[in-house]
Design a protein around this ligand. Structure first.
Ligand SMILES: [Zn+2]
Ligand SMILES: [Zn+2]
Length: 149
């Protein structure tokens, strides 16, 4: 996940595109009861070199698999996160460092996953969940408990 700016600068280009498939670090996923699926994640986008700063923007996609937070069935969810970040050779607030004309996207990608991946996933947006009394999956029909209480 490294953009080598020299390749572009040598051609006199100050903008370019990138597209990397990668295996995400499973330790950082904040989603409860879920893990990354075996499909590779992808980060793609464009960059613009502006003096010593480089603006990098695009999207990150990956799939998580785990239990639905409501009904506990196995499910998977495709997550799409967008980013728009600045890289600089100087340490500043709100930007990532780079050096030697190499933009390493790893820290940015990990920060995005850690801060913006969903905390919980659902098998479908309107999952009805389990009855708290009898445990029946309410997606399969009413259980009768709610009318009695
Ligand atoms: Zn569910
Ligand atoms: Zn019930």
């Amino acid at each position: 996940m490294v953009i080598d700016l020299r390749e572009f600068k040598q051609k006199g280009q100050f903008t370019g595109d990138f597209n990397f498939d990668f295996t995400p670090d499973g330790e950082i996923l904040p989603t409860l009861g879920a893990k990354f699926s075996n499909e590779t994640a992808n980060v793609s986008g464009s960059f613009e070199i502006d003096g010593r700063d480089v603006y990098v923007y695009g999207k990150l996609t990956f799939t998580v698999e785990g239990e639905c937070a409501r009904c506990l069935k196995d499910c998977s969810k495709v997550v799409l996160l967008e980013f728009d970040e600045k890289f600089s050779i100087f340490k500043e607030d709100d930007c990532y460092l780079y050096s030697k004309d190499r933009i390493d996207l790893t820290d940015m990608v990990n920060d995005l996953i850690l801060s913006e991946a969903p905390q919980i996933i659902y098998c479908k947006p309107d999952c009805k969940g389990l009855c708290p009394t009898c445990g029946k999956d309410l997606n399969e029909g009413e259980c009768g408990c709610s009318t009695n209480s």
